[in-house]
Design a binder for this molecule. Structure first.
Ligand code: NAG
Ligand code: NAG
Length: 277
């Protein structure tokens, strides 16, 4: 009875666990890597088997909550990548819209378009409590429960590299329907922003996008966006901000054409078209 209680308390104490390592992790990682270097970006030369080996080495030699950013150093050395100027897209809390925006414009590069981002997108992994036992496919700790989470550490390093390589104009897509659209705790606010180099980045285009139906919480002149602008100015970046980007609005309307704001959008477009005819 008491033993049962102790076990239950123990389980509660370690209750902050999420799903385990993604099944078939090795095949997915190596397969995505070959997909990338063969079909997505054939110009790059990488050794996919090496990348896997360095990755595995970083993760399974350590307990699940103790994989630091620097433990991935050797893996990142195996995936150097030059990024195109004027095309990097940063985002926070706008994931779905960011995906359609990048796909439709065909012009932007997000972290997921880099080799590392492409390979590890949506995957989960962690080692076993006892070292050297391989990956834990049963459960992994939640991000919030450890400072040095294996998944978080990899994305942190990937985001640092991505931001540090940014050059020319960059774009930042933020969610105008939430408080703290610019959140100092997000990957953009805590890692990427600090790694942007004002001598390489010539202009920061901020795009604030609220949901069509609202709420309209933040805009270029309201809320945390002003904090972002302050940070940018204090570090010497040139910037501009829009909260009425027509392309983004049309994309949102394609998903939800009956929205009243889309009616005015389509009639003004029709009007514009009739002017040209
Ligand atoms: C803004 O965030 C909310 C809550 O996370 C989400 O439901 C909504 O889709 C986001 N809006 C945009 C434009 O990405
Ligand atoms: C970069 O942004 C500035 C300011 O909006 C613009 O004048 C310039 O044409 C942009 N350059 C490129 C290459 O997009």
């Amino acid at each position: 009875m008491i033993l049962g209680l102790v076990i239950i308390l123990f389980l509660i104490g370690h209750g902050n666990t999420g799903p385990g390592t993604t099944p078939h992790l090795k095949h997915i990682v190596i397969g995505r890597c070959y997909d990338y270097i063969t079909l997505v970006n054939p110009s790059f030369r990488y050794n996919c088997e090496d990348i896997w080996r360095e990755f595995e080495e970083a993760v399974v030699r350590r307990t699940p909550c103790s994989v630091r950013v620097k433990d991935y150093q050797r893996m990142f050395r195996a995936v150097p990548q030059t990024l195109p100027c004027d095309r990097l897209l940063f985002w926070s809390k706008t994931r779905d819209l960011m995906h359609s925006y990048a796909a439709v414009t065909g012009r932007f590069w997000t972290l997921e378009d880099t080799l590392v981002g492409f390979i590890f997108n949506d995957l989960i992994w962690c080692g076993q409590r006892e070292r050297d036992r391989g990956f834990d496919f049963q459960s992994c700790p939640e991000w919030s429960t450890c400072v040095t989470h294996p998944v978080y550490s990899l994305w942190k390093r990937a985001s640092q590299n991505f931001a540090a390589a940014a050059c020319g104009n960059i774009t930042v897509l933020l969610n105008g329907s939430i408080h703290n659209a610019f959140n100092r705790k997000s990957m953009f606010g805590s890692v990427e922003l600090d790694n942007l180099n004002p001598r390489m980045v010539s202009h920061v285009h901020i795009k604030v996008v609220p949901n069509l139906e609202g709420p309209f919480v933040e805009s270029c002149s309201k809320g945390s966006i002003l904090d972002l602008i302050n940070v940018l100015e204090s570090r010497g970046f040139r910037w501009s901000c829009t909260d009425r980007d027509v392309t983004l609005m049309i994309l949102q309307c394609m998903k939800n054409p009956r929205q009243s704001s889309c009616q005015t959008c389509s009639s003004s477009l029709l009007h514009r078209k009739s002017l040209y005819l």
